[in-house]
Ligand binder design. Structure first.
Ligand SMILES: Nc1ncnc2c1ncn2[C@@H]1O[C@H](COP(=O)(O)OP(=O)(O)OP(=O)(O)O)[C@@H](O)[C@H]1O
Length: 321
């Protein structure tokens, strides 16, 4: 049995944590990264590794050591069941709002097929440097460091990566030199595919926020996203309704082109906190395209984002994640 074959016997979530695995004279020595795990989870990780490897042919003794190479840093994933519902816009604005309140927050743009954080946070065209094999996040003028595949590839170039490559790329963004950042908001790609599952298994976010529009279809998709997190035992910290109610830029009148209240009702029925709603407002799109997140300003739309950020911070503080 080779070291590679031994590693292949481990379930994917354990294999993803293997830092090194050596076999010599019937003795296996495995070093695992236990970052983010509490003592009980660490113990069960060690036990499961010992059991699996101990059953392999030619193995007489298994030694398992765990290390926590990454500092304690909470990851909150921002997900949605489908594209275009405003997940990236919400991520950028939550980060800016939290930074304004004094939190040390960074953004990982894991939407590797359509990265938009460099534009939203206005550091497009900049390149992260690498120090000791780790990327150093790119600063933005909003006090929020960012790492995005958009910083690594030419703007507008199509990214047609297969799952494993995408997973590795995501790993480099999260496992970067985040310094004193305490909270990482991760803008996930829409849907429930490979990248999302890798993210859950390997990086164990402390919690997830789901974004949906009020439409029925989006809500069905949002439910799927919630189920994915729940299946991975990642607490869903709350649901945000975006593009709720259209605010006419001319007369200020509010209307509900996609219905209203659906996301809140859905959150209630699943016993998930409803974190708030953001209106559909052309000014939000314009400000976002210009790299000036509304949450950085004083307007009403900025306040809507800030309110959601405060509720999220409260959820994190009360130990929901
Ligand atoms: N509340 C809003 N009012 C008006 N426009 C909005 C609002 N929220 C987002 N948008 C616009 O909708 C478009 C899609 O938003 P965004 O890129 O944030 O969505 P997404 O869910 O991250 O999409 P993708 O799946 O492509 O990553 C953008 O042009 C954005 O500016």
């Amino acid at each position: 049995m080779t070291e590679e074959e031994l590693k292949a016997r481990l379930p994917a979530p354990i294999a993803a944590r293997v830092q090194s695995l050596k076999l010599a004279g019937g003795r296996v020595t495995a070093i695992l990264d236990a970052a983010g795990l509490d003592p009980a989870a660490r113990e069960s990780l060690e036990g499961a590794t010992r059991d699996t490897l101990g059953q392999a042919e030619g193995v007489d003794e298994v030694r398992v050591a765990t290390i926590a190479s990454r500092p304690e840093r909470r990851i909150v994933a921002i997900g949605s069941g489908k594209g275009g519902v405003g997940k990236s816009t919400l991520t950028a604005n939550l980060a800016v709002a939290l930074a304004r309140e004094g939190h040390k927050v960074g953004v990982v743009d894991a939407d590797i097929y359509g990265p938009s954080q460099p534009r939203l946070l206005d550091n497009e065209g900049e390149r992260p440097v690498a120090e000791n094999d780790k990327l150093v996040p790119v600063e933005s003028r909003w006090g929020v460091p960012v790492l995005s595949i958009g910083h690594l590839v030419e703007p507008g170039r199509a990214i047609a990566w297969r799952g494993p490559m995408a997973g590795r790329a995501l790993g480099q963004l999260i496992d970067a030199n985040w310094g004193d950042t305490e909270l990482l908001l991760v803008d996930l790609p829409p849907g429930t595919g490979d990248v999302q599952i890798t993210m859950l298994q390997r990086f164990r976010p402390a919690g997830a926020v789901i974004v949906s529009t009020p439409q029925d279809l989006a809500l069905i998709d949002a439910t799927r996203a919630m189920q994915m997190f729940e299946a991975g035992q990642i607490p869903v910290l709350g649901l945000v309704e975006n593009m709720a109610g259209y605010l006419c830029p001319h007369c200020g009148e509010a209307s509900d082109p996609f219905g209203s209240g659906g996301a809140e009702a859905q959150a209630l029925s699943r016993e998930i906190p409803f974190l708030g709603r953001i209106p559909l407002a052309p000014a939000i799109r314009e400000a976002s395209d210009a790299g000036t997140p509304p949450a950085a300003g004083e307007g009403g739309q900025g306040e809507a984002f800030r309110e959601i950020a405060r509720r999220l911070a409260a959820r994190l503080e009360e130990g929901a994640a």
